[in-house]
Design a protein around this ligand. Structure first.
Ligand code: ADP
Ligand code: MG
Length: 477
């Protein structure tokens, strides 16, 4: 039987405010346990939450960026459950009236096509504390620093039909929240994580299959692997005549598998009700328009502009605009060096390669945009070849100075003096009579051998265009 996969994601992104959603405590990551939880976060009796206005503005930005309706009125509700890292006994969230309604984002797929994914809603809520299991033998430590950190939960429609699409969607949302500067999106620190809802159904069937929910996945790679494993598991189960049980499952990255956490029967009844301590959030049209005016150019618009303004392929433009920082870096290189295509090749090729290998963010790159532009200018004016330029890049990365300094100190200037090149060509022709004969007998490929010999002798510094021309001229004499 042919199966079809259906996936919907719930993404939690921490909002990058300095203080918490309902208290003045700091949200900074990495402080000593329980040093950033105040009476409100601890749920002590008699305290009252006060909504952080910045959180509302951030949610509005997101809503506008996905073309969603921002609700003129939204309501905070209590989601009641008991857990050690939730001292109040309930989480403040939004339920029936979320701040952001239906919207959509477009994802680009590997085959070059694109697809629109619906966003059902996005709502504000507070994060819980953390249970620490590792350093406490036979006990669990509780760190409440995270309690009350603002979260935006972004719920998608079940519109994705492969792990690749789910990853592309997650990356798109990640790119958006970073562009909007509403979240640092740091996945290692848990600022951006997702639950993946997965089901399968016979191809062509309308009705959705029974889904499982894979909890709290914090890397793009894990999302992909977890979904792939889960799809396989469900199909195997159904083909063996079994049934998928609606349940929550955990992905274990070490084992590469998902396992059951709790079934639907064990699912909690949260007894949501409007939080009597918080007023409904009212947002005026004027306020929304004020926020709209602050929106930056977003990834899709930037991508389209990169294609038309710089003559880039859609693929290159997509790569260069996925991150706002990369796009800004690229635009600075182009502004200084002029050649948009060459700049794209270097940012996407050499620079991205080094950043990736050394696990470095572009803003921390030892090769600045100005330095890369300086290098590209020396390729353009024929001071060095593209090949030597890679060595110069390496030197810049290692902190040996800018392109000009490295070219001078290492004597990498291309040999363009035709007298000097002619002498080299004469020499290589004189030393290789056998190859000369082959060439004259019509074996054109031998030309590459001669070029190679000269490059070797000059350590790559001969101008390839010039040698080619000289060789052809001399060999046909
Ligand atoms: P819950 O309230 O249990 O979280 P929702 O109906 O809000 O459930 O759905 C949560 C997520 O699950 C959404 O992203 C939705 O698109 C997705 N989803 C719902 N049904 C299915 C299904 N049968 N297969 C895959 N995903 C689904
Ligand atoms: Mg859910």
């Amino acid at each position: 039987m042919q199966w079809e996969t259906v996936i919907g994601l719930e993404i939690h992104t921490q909002l990058a405010t300095r203080s918490k959603i309902f208290s003045g405590a700091s949200t900074a990551y990495g402080a000593a346990p329980n040093t950033q939880a105040c009476a409100v976060d601890l749920g002590l009796p008699g305290v009252l939450p006060v909504l952080n206005g910045e959180v509302v503005n951030m949610a509005i930005k997101f809503g506008l960026a996905i073309n969603a309706e921002v609700a003129p009125l939204s309501v905070f509700a209590r989601k009641n459950y008991f857990y050690p890292d939730l001292p109040k006994g309930y989480q403040i969230s939004q339920y029936e009236l979320p701040i952001v309604g239906k919207g959509e984002v477009t994802i680009e797929l590997d085959d070059g096509s694109s697809k629109v994914i619906g966003v059902t809603r996005a709502h504000l809520e507070e994060d819980a504390g953390k249970s620490l299991h590792e350093d406490f033998h036979g006990m669990t430590g509780i760190d409440l620093n995270r309690a009350g950190t603002p979260l935006l939960e972004i719920v998608s429609e079940p519109d994705m039909c492969s792990a690749q699409e789910a990853v592309a969607y997650m990356k798109k949302i990640h790119s958006l929240v970073r562009y909007l500067e509403i979240s640092d999106g740091n996945m290692q620190e848990g600022s951006f994580r997702c639950d993946a809802n997965v089901s399968v159904r016979p191809k062509g069937q309308q009705k959705l299959g029974t889904r499982t929910e894979l909890k709290n996945i914090n890397s793009f790679r894990f999302v992909e692997r977890a979904i792939e494993f889960e799809v396989e598991r469900q199909i195997d189960l159904l083909e063996d005549g079994g049934k998928v049980v609606q349940e929550t499952r955990l992905y274990d990255p070490a084992k590469g598998e998902t396992r059951s956490m709790r079934s639907k029967e064990e699912a909690m009844d949260y007894r949501y009700f409007p939080d009597p301590d918080l007023l409904p959030v009212e947002i005026t049209t004027e306020h929304i328009e004020r926020i709209r005016a602050t929106l930056p150019e977003l990834p899709d618009a930037k991508r389209t502009r990169f294609v038309s303004a710089y003559g880039l392929s859609d693929d290159d433009a997509g790569f260069l605009t996925a991150s706002r920082d990369v796009a800004a870096y690229y635009e600075q290189v182009v502004a200084e060096a002029g050649d948009a295509r060459l700049a794209a090749n270097w940012v996407r090729g050499e620079l991205a390669g080094y950043l990736n290998r050394e696990n470095t963010e572009i803003n921390d790159s030892p090769v600045s945009a100005a330095m890369l532009a300086g290098l590209i200018k020396r390729i353009q004016d024929n001071t060095i070849s593209g090949k030597i330029a890679k060595d110069v890049f390496e030197g810049m990365w290692q902190g040996e100075g800018d392109a000009d300094a490295i070219i001078e100190s290492k004597g990498l200037r291309q040999i363009t003096d035709s007298g000097a090149l002619e002498a080299l060509v004469d020499e290589v022709i004189a030393n290789n009579p056998e190859q000369v004969e082959q060439f004259r007998a019509g074996k054109d490929k031998v030309l590459g051998f001669f070029v190679g010999q000269i490059m070797k002798a000059t350590h790559g510094k001969a101008n390839p265009g010039q040698i080619n021309a000289l060789l052809r001229k001399k060999l046909s004499d």
